[in-house]
Design a protein around this ligand. Structure first.
Ligand code: FAD
Length: 307
């Protein structure tokens, strides 16, 4: 079932989840055991992230270096196949432009069709470490809007529901929020059906983004993305990794817990739970949780709001 149909049919807002494929060596049984605790809350869909191949240069005996393309994680397609065979849930593989040309992307779309997958999150992906700007693969796509258009051309029968990413605090490369939203509109005009946002820790930022999107003519569902902080360290790491702000009150709450890891964990849950309650009161269609491989804190929040 398409995400847009789920949103139309459900009378109440619902939770959805994002998981990261495990490193090679983890078994299907282990992966499914990690997801099982979420299933008590009946999330209608689970997103599975996609990761570009890494390139390694290995020294050779003659002093030269040989280039190796390394894939450390299980593919999103394999993870989606395992999840949808085990649980009554829609899977949403992420599809990225980074590191793939149009032919490789088309072969992924064939896999998704073969598996009966109806939903895709279309993304550009990030630059390689050391690259200043994103460089598309020769014969690939420079922006997610081009990828959305390519999926629509491939999918003549209209089987796929396409989601795209939105950034309440703007994408780090965009000159300003208005321009970023103008580019988001291009993704919707190219055929995207809904938007999932980057994580944020201040709901006012999401409401401002939602208002600006509506004013710009973006009328598809906007699904907010949340992540509970799980350690004091994350107050530094997440802004670096995702170009987002952590509000002073949250940083202060985490600092008050100091070296008490349990207390930090609980403070992260409390903040995220308050965010979730407020979003539900403000009429969001769903709340999307970034699980980052740790189910306990998200499960605790799901118990409070979707139990
Ligand atoms: P785009 O929409 O292409 O935008 C990228 C930048 O280009 C923005 O600054 C935008 O303003 C600008 N731009 C857009 N169109 C144009 C244009 N025509 N001309 C000039 N500038 C333009 N990354 C992964 O590698 N794997 C994942 O699984 C993954 N999942 C994600 C899930 C979510 C919900 C989110 C929010 C992000 C995810 N990311 C993932 C990260 C994402 O790939 C990066 O943030 C990436 O840098 C941008 O991707 P995008 O699809 O938003 O790109």
């Amino acid at each position: 079932m398409k995400i847009t149909e789920i949103i139309r049919e459900r009378k109440q807002p619902f939770p959805s989840l994002e998981i990261v494929p495990p490193q090679g060596g983890v078994s299907q049984t282990e992966l499914l055991a990690a997801i099982r605790p979420f299933m008590a809350f009946h999330p209608p869909f689970i997103n599975v992230t996609s990761h570009r191949d890494e390139v390694e240069f290995r020294p050779q005996p003659d002093g030269s270096f040989s280039r190796h393309v390394v894939r450390r994680r299980v593919s999103e397609t394999a993870v989606c196949a395992a999840i949808q065979a085990a649980f009554p849930v829609e899977v949403v593989p992420h599809l990225i432009c980074a590191g793939a040309d149009a032919d490789r992307i088309e072969s992924r779309l064939h896999d998704f069709k073969f598996l009966g997958i109806s939903n895709i999150l279309a993304l550009r992906g990030d630059s390689l470490v050391g690259e200043k700007r994103f460089v598309p693969e020769p014969g690939g796509y420079a922006h997610a809007a081009e990828l959305v258009a390519a999926i629509r051309r491939f999918d003549v029968s209209g089987d796929f529901c396409i989601g795209v990413a939105g950034y309440p605090e703007k994408h780090f490369e965009a000159p300003n929020l208005e321009q970023d939203i103008a580019y988001l509109k291009r993704k919707v005009d190219a055929g995207a059906d809904y938007v999932i946002t980057q994580m944020f820790f201040d709901n006012a930022v999401f409401y401002r983004f939602r208002d600006k999107c509506r004013a710009a003519g973006i009328d598809v569902p906007l699904i907010p993305g949340l992540k509970p902080l799980s350690s004091l360290r994350q107050t530094r790491l997440l802004p670096e990794a995702f170009s987002i702000d952590i509000p002073p009150a949250l940083v202060a709450a985490m600092e008050r817990c100091g070296a008490d890891a349990q207390a930090c964990y609980a403070a992260g849950i409390a903040w995220c739970s308050d965010q979730c309650a407020d979003l539900l009161a403000h009429g969001v269609p769903a709340v999307h949780f970034y699980t980052m491989g740790r189910p306990d804190n998200v499960v605790e929040i799901l118990k409070r709001h979707f139990g």
